[in-house]
Design a protein around this ligand. Structure first.
Ligand SMILES: Cc1cc2nc3c(=O)[nH]c(=O)nc-3n(C[C@H](O)[C@H](O)[C@H](O)COP(=O)(O)O)c2cc1C
Length: 178
């Protein structure tokens, strides 16, 4: 049994979550390896897949969605779990009174679970460093805006390692149960 933890990241926070999930799965008796989606040519050798990406502007990063489409039939034939990284900050409820993690569910999670028949999904708090060099056109343009206009995204590492470990242990238990 080998589990693939495939991920798409822009600044590395999601890579850290994927690596932690793989470590915890392995420690729980489900050997796993974390790999960027673009480095996985074939899902065939894996018995189960955990697929995750960072959310930007309400959407999963495109390479993860493309991976899900490209390998749709192989994924549908295996146990699959999905996760998303983001939001940032310490608020657990937003201004409208909604659970921040529920409100941060990427748009792709409306269709993807049904398409892949995935067994579960999770949104985790992420990390954002306001001083990191911008990546991509949108971030480069945003970096030129006044600080007040950019301040809406809390800067810091808000990844909840306990929640990440707990979810990985749930997956390991489901895999052990068959
Ligand atoms: C410009 C920008 C837009 C973002 N949009 C969202 C969003 O729509 N939903 C969300 O939950 N998080 C959002 N985030 C937070 C990121 O998803 C979070 O920082 C994530 O952990 C980054 O992962 P990465 O380092 O793997 O790219 C945004 C961050 C930035 C900088």
């Amino acid at each position: 049994m080998t589990v693939l933890v495939a991920y798409a990241t822009r600044h590395g926070a999601t890579a850290g979550i994927a690596e932690r999930i793989a470590e915890t799965l392995t420690a729980e008796g489900a050997p796993a390896e974390a790999r960027p989606v673009d480095e996985v040519a074939d899902v065939g050798p894996y018995d189960a897949v955990v697929l995750g990406a960072a959310a930007y502007m309400y959407h999963w990063l495109k390479p993860a969605t493309a991976f899900a489409k490209r390998h749709r039939s192989e994924l549908a034939a295996r146990p699959v779990w999905l996760f998303s990284s983001g939001p940032t900050g310490t608020d657990v409820v937003d201004a409208k009174g909604n659970d921040v993690l529920v409100a941060s569910r990427p748009k792709e999670f409306e269709q993807l679970p049904a398409t892949l028949g995935s067994r579960g999904e999770q949104v985790f708090f992420g990390a954002y460093d306001k001083d990191a060099p911008p990546i991509g056109l949108a971030e480069k343009m945003a970096a030129r805006m006044p600080a007040a206009a950019r301040g809406a995204i809390p800067s810091g590492d808000f990844r909840d390692w306990d929640a990440i470990d707990a979810w990985a242990r749930e997956i390991a238990a489901e895999l052990a149960a068959g």
